[in-house]
Design a protein around this ligand. Sequence first.
Ligand code: CA
Ligand code: CA
Length: 112
Amino acid sequence: MGNRGGTRGVPPVSAAGPPAGEKDGDDVMSDKARKLFEALDLDRNGILTRDEVIIALRTKGPSLAASGDLPYWGVEDIDASSALFDAADQNGDAILTLEEFAAVVDRRFGWH
Ligand SMILES: [Ca+2]
Ligand SMILES: [Ca+2]
């Protein structure tokens, strides 16, 4: 008589993985950045060119600053506007998308 008992190793089943894939999705830009972008987008085509930023800041800057939509130091002169553009244009394609613009002004102006 033999005992045929086996200890069968049953592997522990604990396959409850953590839910993967968190998306920080929607609103990563401030309303102020969006509003400023729209104010500067003179031809309303959804992008900003360098000329647009310079012209818009010259013509609209003071009133934007007066209404609190722009810090006063953000309306200084052409060089400053151009520098802001360069800082914002991260991929160097000479246009600013809302995302590019918002990322920079939110950080610079402390809006986000
Ligand atoms: Ca435009
Ligand atoms: Ca760009």
